[in-house]
Each structure stands twice: as C-alpha cells, then as structure tokens.
Design a binder for this molecule. Structure first.
Ligand code: F0G
Length: 365
C-alpha cells in the first residue's frame, strides 16, 4: 500500500479541487478510529473514538485547512486571516507557512491554551489579541477580509467544510457503513455541519452545505447516515438555549463560543439526521477527559472530551440504544492544554537518588 497522501489526494473525486490547482498539504487525515471498551461497557453500545488529535497540527482543523489554503494558494491573495479559540489559528499558521503565505490570527485575549498559542507563534503568524470573545474576533476577521486583500479561512469559508467532511468518509471506510450515532463537540458549528455533509454525500444525499459539484453525482458508498449528536459546554450552549449567548464561559476554551457561524447548517444536521444537541457541565467534561486518558489511552483536550461526556450523560438516562454503533470524534490533542489537564493532578514526582533501591522504594515494590 502507498503511504497516506492527505485528504485532497485520498478523496479527490469528492472535493472541489481541480487537477491543475495547487495542493497545500501536510499529510492530514487518515487518523485512528480507536475502539473504547470502557465506553462500550458504560453505555451498552459499541463505541469508537475518531482521534483527530493525530492530525499534523493536533486537531481536525487541518482537514479543512488543506482545502481552504489550497484555494488561497491558487488565488491572488498573499495573506490569510482567521479568528480562533486556538486550533484554527495553529492550523492556519502551519498551512500558511507551508504555502508561503502570510497569516494573521485574531484571538480572544487570555483565553487560548498555551500550546496553541505556541504553534501560531512558531509557524510565524502575526497575532492580534482582542479584549473580547471569539464571536468578537470572528466579526473582526470577516470585516477585515471584506475590506482588505486577505482571505478568510474560518469555517464560513465553504472549502473548510469540504475538507472536514472527509472525516465522515474515513469512518464509513473503516466501519464498512455509517455508524448509528455520531457524537461530536459543537462550538462554531462547522464540524458537525461538515460531518453531516460527508455522511450525506457518501449515502448519495445532499445537504444545505452541499456544493454543486461532481461529488453529488457519484455512486453511494454507504447505505445509511447516522444520527448526529452535538455536545456543547453548559456555559456556551446557544443551540440548547435556542439563542445567542452573550458571555460564553467554559473550561473548554476551544468551544467558548456564543454565536455559532454555522448555526443553520448545524440545525439541519441535527434535524435531518434525527439527532440532538445537548450540553454538559465543565465537571463532566474534565471527568470524561480523565477517563479516556486513564482507561482508553488517548489524551484529548477538554473540548474534545465534551463528545464523550455527552454520550455518557445520555447513557445514564437510558437513551443510548443497546449495541448501537457509536463514534465519538475527539477533536484535539491533549498536549495543547496541559495546564488544564494537570490542574487536578500531582505534577512533580518525588526526586530520588540514582540507585535501584531508591527507585524500587519509590514504586512501592
Ligand atoms: N473541538 C476543538 C478542539 C476545537 O478547537 C473546536 C473549534 C471545536 C471542537 C468545535 O468545532 O467550531 O466546528 O463546532 N475550534 C475553533 C477554533 C473555533 O478557533 O479553533 P466547531
């Protein structure tokens, strides 16, 4: 088998990138689908994690950034801009560096995990910290892209969703058909829209986010689509409240968003799939993060654990069908935000003499 070539080459017949267009790739996609026995046991279902932290910059954003940045590389624009809670900026900075483009990132001051900030810096982006939240930053990024020769690479750029839909293709390719339920965290709501787009296209259907291109005329690959279950953080849950949240607050800074840009697409994903969007508390998010780190062996960032927390909450209420096939997307790598992960843990191990008896004693053997 040849090595994985990145999502554009792997799914070219289903993506709106022409044969003559440049491809900006870091080999994104092809991420592990890991079975999670502890979650299967707790839910009575069969549960897998789609581990998106295994992407080149450590989050699912890379799938959409390869398509969005490839389009920019083939356009006159020489600079991109994005608003971000951290992962989009890390990904945009890396792909812009790869493409030789400038990158400006607009961030909510003091609310970005240290690892993500480091990524944007080392990849050479220009950072602007705004005294406001993500929703303010996105408003500013959109206005900037409208008035200046910079290309917007947030998920309101339709090529982002096109790339991100490939995660759904990979799940179907791995399982042989769509799962019964797909669970994922919801912030700005691009990703749930993209998964629904991918599952629908693979089943020969179109959605509100579909592009009028070749992908919609291909033969179906799957026989069905999953129910889409979105999960928000309680303090940042506009879909659950049914209204914009003016001052979103959660430990899961990646999804600290009150006014999601892809609201309509996400509501369509929820309603057309017979799904739901729920909220979980910060405590449930941190418990789920600790559980999957200690018992599944996968270290994810807090926002990612919201999917698992949401699934466990539904199971607790008896709302997960027995033996259902369930995939939870865990969206970002835990290494991006070690401070939050270690917040409740012992950080410094005891220092012992460099002698075997001291090590044996420290281990209690
Ligand atoms: N999980 C992680 C780790 C994220 O970084 C994000 C979004 C989401 C989930 C939610 O995905 O916005 O498509 O609903 N992060 C964006 C950013 C907002 O700027 O990095 P969504």
């Amino acid at each position: 088998a040849q090595p994985w070539r990145g999502v554009i080459e792997e799914y070219r017949d289903r993506l709106p990138i022409g044969p003559e267009e440049p491809v900006v790739t870091l080999g994104e996609g092809g991420t592990p689908l890991v079975e999670a026995p502890v979650l299967s046991e707790r839910t009575g279902a069969r549960v897998w994690l789609k581990v998106e932290g295994a992407n080149p910059t450590g989050s699912f954003k890379d799938r959409g950034m390869t398509t969005a940045m490839s389009k920019v590389a083939g356009s006159p624009a020489r600079m991109v801009v994005c608003a971000s809670t951290g992962n989009t900026s890390a990904s945009a900075a890396a792909y812009a560096a790869r493409a030789g483009l400038g990158c400006a990132v607009i961030l909510p001051a003091g609310k970005i995990a240290a690892g993500k900030l480091a990524q944007a810096i080392v990849h050479g982006a220009t950072l602007v910290a705004v005294d406001g939240n993500f929703d303010d930053c996105l408003r500013l990024a959109r206005a900037l892209a409208e008035d200046y020769p910079v290309a917007l690479v947030n998920s309101v750029n339709p090529y982002r969703l096109q790339g991100q839909k490939t995660a759904a293709f990979e799940v179907v390719d791995a399982l042989g058909d769509a799962p019964d339920i797909h669970v994922l965290p919801v912030g700005n709501a691009g990703n749930i829209s993209a998964y629904w787009l991918g599952y629908a296209e693979y089943a020969g259907r179109t959605t509100s986010a579909s592009m009028d291109d070749a992908a919609t005329t291909l033969a179906p690959v799957s026989t069905r689509v999953p129910r889409m279950w979105g999960v928000q953080a309680e303090g940042a849950a506009p879909f659950v409240k049914g209204a914009t949240v003016e001052h979103p607050e959660t430990v899961a800074t990646a999804i600290r968003i009150g006014n999601p840009a892809s609201r309509e697409h996400a509501e369509a994903a929820r309603d057309e799939s017979g799904g739901r969007i729920d909220a979980v508390s910060d405590a449930e998010i941190l418990d789920a993060q600790a559980l999957i780190a200690s018992q599944v062996g996968v270290f994810v960032e807090p926002a990612s654990a919201a999917s698992v927390a949401g699934l466990l909450a539904r199971a607790e209420l008896g709302e997960v069908p027995a033996n259902a096939r369930v995939v939870c997307t865990v969206t970002g790598n835990g290494l991006k935000d070690t401070a939050t992960a270690l917040g409740r843990a012992e950080v410094d191990p005891d220092v012992v003499a460099p002698e075997l008896p001291a090590v044996v004693a420290a281990l209690g053997l």
